[in-house]
Design a protein around this ligand. Sequence first.
Ligand code: AMP
Ligand code: MG
Length: 485
Amino acid sequence: MKLNELELSVDYFQFDEKFYQKLESTPLNNPHLISYSKSACDLIGLDYSSCESESFVAFVNGENVLKGSVPYAMAYAGHQFGYFVPQLGDGRAVNLGSINTWHLQTKGSGLTRFSRQGDGRAVLRSSIREYIMSEHMHALGIPTTRALAIIGSTHPIYRAYDDIETGAVVMRMSPSWIRIGTFEYFARGKNAEENLRKLADYVIKQSYPHLENEENKYEKFYCELVEKTAKLLAKWQAYGFMHGVMNTDNMSVAGLTIDYGPFAFMDNFEMDCICNHTDMEGRYSFSNQPEIARWNLEVFAFILGKICSFKKLVGYLKSFISIHQKEYLKLMNKRLGLDINLSSDNNIDLVISLLESLEKAKIDYNCFFYRLSKLENLNDISSITDISIFRESIFEWFKEYKKVIKNQNQDFKKMKDLMKTVNPKFIIKNYMLQEAIEKAKNGDFKLTNDLLFIAQNPYLEHKEYERYSNPTPMEHANIQLSCSS
Ligand code: AMP
Ligand code: MG
């Protein structure tokens, strides 16, 4: 369909007006298209050619409001770094309505009632990061919100005192934008229980429709969310993804990765890696992520427990760690080419010793797996030791690996076939995004678009970008990013 044929629908105005604000976006100056995602277009049936038009840029910039669309910002609360903040909300995001179950939202489109001290804007660098990464996560099979397009502008934005940046807008799409923090907001004030019930019904209809007519539907919804989140975290951990700001307002009640900020994919493996510069204590360190997700779900249990059995919710929550571990080991076995059914303990010792030895060796995490899946045989592991700063632990680990393979009578050739389905050649690292950002700042969007293509097709060869399949250059590895976006 052409852009002007799309028709959106809004379903949020059933709630009291204190939970949202109807508003108009504040357009950026001199907007221009940087990139659009064909794969995201397909989800809403939008013609690619429409995305090249001026009216598409105007649409992303909030100047062209589609049929049926009534823009609004949502209120939410949240626990930020463990402390409750009663008033947050879409401070720079505007919801436009949904099509084909995809709720469209622009990020960076001006002030809202929930902007607090913020300027309602998103800078180019953080917008490019979110745009590419959400599409990459999807390609890796990790549940996530998506991105349809990104526009840039000449609009000046002030973040650091000595640097003027420019504003951008990402058109994001998600089956749901409801967060644990949304429930935290609805749980306060008059008629809290009634409001919570309404919100829970809305979320069930949106993301758990099979539960709509079930008895104890709120408890079942929570139970499924525990499972989805435990599995989501298993995927993050297996691929070395760090979110960076796992506040409850950044936790989806549909089990998706949302709100990309100072995230990173692990460069050299480091169990306690902290990717967020402002996270002094490492609350959101790599190793803490699963426990933090569980903690966030516990906060949710206290809220949802107001309208159903808190005791039952806590019971479901107890299964979080075991679901998470099982899924994590399943993925890690696959990444090692091992058949989990042949092991009585899911090869847990082998996986733990792998992590220890990768950390000792100071080796690029995802490159290790890619190179493992490319080995000719297990007698020559030089392609792996060549990228290890310290080799001893790698040699030691391979002895264990070979033992397991022998005991389970596995064939390395077949193992490689399995590995190739889960060990991509490319994982988008922060330094690659930074290169695309530098170019984009100078008006050159080719690398942004090329990187998007690699991000969406990480298992393809992309010969001209071979260097991106190598370990992150030393000077760029494990660098922390700030929240200022
Ligand atoms: P985040 O840490 O990006 O998830 O944001 C936390 C809260 O701050 C959310 O309510 C955001 O909408 C709000 N926020 C972040 N940056 C801005 C900004 N530049 N202008 C207005 N609100 C913002
Ligand atoms: Mg957020």
